[in-house]
Design a binder for this molecule. Structure first.
Ligand code: 9MR
Length: 335
């Protein structure tokens, strides 16, 4: 009598594996897909006015990155004064429309206030300024800005640390220090290092990996890497390469978000199709990598892009119509 019972259990086991496992896998897949937040950098001057730019954004996006309003030149107009006016308006608007805000950016070498660049700093002075700045800004937006690009573009093209004012005066410890100060100011904010040209394999990718690994080993509060992904139809990672690169960073226990994607095109025929293919492969890589939780482009319509509208790098055309790239994003993300 033991044998039929055993057979029955075996059959039940097999059936359970066949039926339940795919269900679970599907559920996990669906969660990963629906969990991806689709965002874009925005021009606050345009976004705040009711009009086609605003409605296009509200229809399709659930996260924004202020293109310029939270950079140091905007927030620190004078040595002894911070100005949160425009950034506060933006954050308030976002909250009213249920849009998440990704803060950009606390420590960078560009868009620094002129007074800061002109001054000759001693190490203790600059350290005190940066500590106060990071602490005050992150605390000011605590609970309203859920994630921050704490460090932006710390690497040079050859993979060495960029010789910006922070490195020159403070030494390489400025990266860990800024992350620690930001974490102390808002322990629930997710903290990122954001960089370009690290989505392809090469010296800069390897250097970024070593930098992130070193920070994690030291226990520095760091949650993720933002892959800017400023691409062109001539210069872009292949799908397999991108998935591999994302997996390497993810293995460090980090989120791996697409933070500033755009794909510039040239005048040749067929460029919009090539562009769409690249958008699709980046979106698909993000969907397949569970650590990728935010898929953000740098702008969303070709009418407003840092590259100038001739390069037509974004998913909507200058009239706000969806391009093949937008269908590709949806397909890549499984929506
Ligand atoms: O889009 C931003 C543009 O309006 C500014 O003039 C420019 C100044 O440096 O910065 C642009 O945004 C950059 C972002 O802050 C960091 N990654 C590269 C982006 C495009 O240059």
């Amino acid at each position: 009598m033991a044998q039929p019972r055993f057979l029955m259990l075996l059959l039940l086991g097999v059936a359970a594996t066949l039926v339940v496992r795919p269900l679970l896998t599907d559920e996990v897949g669906a969660k990963a897909r629906s969990g991806i937040v689709v965002g874009a950098a925005v021009d606050w001057g345009l976004l705040q006015q009711p009009g086609p730019y605003q409605s296009l954004f509200l229809e399709h996006y659930s996260s924004l990155t202020p293109e310029n309003e939270m950079k140091m030149d905007a927030l620190a107009p004078a040595p002894d004064r911070l100005d949160f006016g425009r950034a506060d308006d933006l954050v308030e608007w976002a909250a009213a429309h249920h849009i998440k805000v990704h803060g950009h950016t606390l420590v960078w070498h560009r868009q620094l206030p002129a007074w800061l660049e002109q001054r000759r700093w001693t190490r203790p002075e600059l350290a005190a300024f940066l500590r106060r700045y990071v602490t005050t800004v992150v605390r000011h937006f605590r609970g309203r800005v859920g994630s921050w690009d704490v460090i932006n573009e710390p690497l040079a093209a050859d993979g060495s640390l960029r010789r910006n004012v922070w490195l020159r005066v403070l030494g390489r410890g400025y990266i860990a220090d800024a992350l620690r100060w930001a974490h102390a100011a808002d322990p629930s904010a997710r903290l990122y290092i954001n960089e370009f040209d690290v989505e392809r394999n090469g010296p800069k990718r390897r250097a970024m990996y070593r930098l992130l690994r070193g920070l994690k080993r030291q226990g520095v509060p760091l949650d993720g890497i933002g892959l800017q992904a400023h691409l062109t139809t001539q210069w872009h990672p292949g799908g397999r390469e991108l998935r591999w690169v994302m997996g390497r960073y993810a293995a460090l226990g980090l989120r791996v978000d697409v933070s500033e994607l755009d794909v510039a095109i040239g005048p040749q025929a067929g460029e919009l199709t090539r562009q769409a293919r690249i958008y699709r492969s980046v979106a698909a890589a993000c969907r397949q990598e569970p650590a990728c939780q935010r898929f953000a482009t740098w702008g969303f319509t070709d009418s407003s892009t840092w590259l100038g509208s001739g390069r037509r790098p974004l998913p909507f055309d200058a009239a706000g119509q969806p391009k093949p790239a937008w269908q590709a994003v949806r397909a890549g993300l499984g929506r």
